[in-house]
Ligand binder design. Structure first.
Ligand code: HEC
Ligand code: HEC
Length: 265
């Protein structure tokens, strides 16, 4: 079962049996009956000490304090244990997914709904400078016409997600201000002239002795040209990216844009 399927299946199940009126042992058997993968893991690794027949006070994980711990705390407790108190560490025997399945299983048994997948990152605090950078990227600076970022934008140039990690320090600045100094692989320009005198310049790929493919300006359509039908054809050392950004943005706007590019994942 995929991770998403586990979560969806489980939140449905948890919602169904989350009422306080349902006893923990009933929830446990429901979860097992529904095929939750945490149930057999619990049976195998935890039952001997945390099963209902265990006489110790720590045995019951369906109630407080275990039922009040966060997902992160439960993951840590299972992975690292509390060896000095008799709770073994399972981090070496169980994979991270198995630990997570156990945490989810405990939630079901505890009657707690699973509000959000544990891996979901915390919401980003507002950052006005980043917002200004994004506005420029999509608007005045016109970067989005050719580049995608955060899943939106064009395809003439490379996706710029994580570009601040790929191009560090002055390299990023140079790529933005002097695009032709270094052309990103696979994004070279070709210039061709058709027999009826039309000039086309665009991103080229898949050259063969007879043909060349060129991406049109909208960045959506690849056209295959037969060289025999062309008046001229050549690769171009200049980038398709405009190099007049300095003239189009103020210093402050430029810095906001760089701020965005350095940070955006
Ligand atoms: C050999 C016995 C033993 C096994 C096996 C065992 N535990 Fe424990 N567990 C303990 C003991 C003892 C404690 C109490 C530790 C303490 O008092 O701090 C404990 C505590 C815990 C707690 C913390 C309860 C709380 O909130 O303070 C969690 C959660 C837990 N165990 C989960 C598991 C899971 C899940 C498994 C199976 C992967 C498991 N344990 C297997 C003995 C065991
Ligand atoms: C007309 C299309 C076009 C526009 C508009 C454009 N770019 Fe580009 N950009 C490209 C192409 C094509 C490349 C790849 C060739 C190259 O490296 O010059 C590129 C490369 C880059 C690179 C290097 C990426 C890498 O992985 O090496 C960065 C950074 C970049 N652009 C940023 C920007 C920013 C910021 C803007 C807006 C100010 C922008 N671009 C506007 C077409 C464009």
């Amino acid at each position: 079962m995929s991770r998403a399927a586990v979560l969806i299946g489980l939140s449905g199940l948890a919602a169904l049996i989350a009422g306080a009126s349902v006893r923990a042992d009933v929830r446990a058997s429901l979860a097992a009956a529904a095929g939750h993968e945490g149930a057999p893991l619990f049976e195998q690794y935890c039952f001997q000490c945390h099963g209902p027949d265990s006489a110790q006070a720590y045995a019951d994980l369906s109630a407080a304090p275990a039922a009040e711990r966060s997902i992160a705390q439960l993951r840590e407790l299972i992975s690292k244990g509390r060896p000095e108190k008799g709770m073994p560490a399972f981090g070496a025997q169980l994979s991270p997914l198995e630990v997570l399945l156990l945490v989810e299983y405990l939630h079901v048994v505890q009657g707690r709904p699973i509000v959000e997948p544990p891996e979901r990152p915390a919401p980003r605090p507002p950052d006005p400078r980043r917002e200004r950078g994004l506005e420029l990227f999509r608007g005045k600076a016109r970067c989005a016409e050719c580049h995608s970022l955060l899943g939106e934008g064009g395809f003439v140039g490379p996706d710029l997600s994580g570009v601040g990690k790929r191009l560090k320090g002055p390299k990023l600045r140079r790529a933005v201000l002097r695009p032709s100094a270094r052309i990103a692989g696979d994004y070279r320009a070709v210039v061709l002239e058709t027999r009826d005198g039309r000039r086309v310049r665009g991103r080229g790929r898949n050259e063969t002795p007879e043909t060349i493919q060129v991406l049109d300006e909208s960045g959506e359509l690849w056209t295959t040209w037969f060289k025999a039908d062309l008046r001229s054809f050549r690769w171009d050392d200049r980038s398709l990216m405009p190099d007049d950004l300095r003239e189009r943005l103020s210093q402050e706007e430029f810095l906001d844009l760089m701020y965005l590019l350095r940070r955006v994942e």
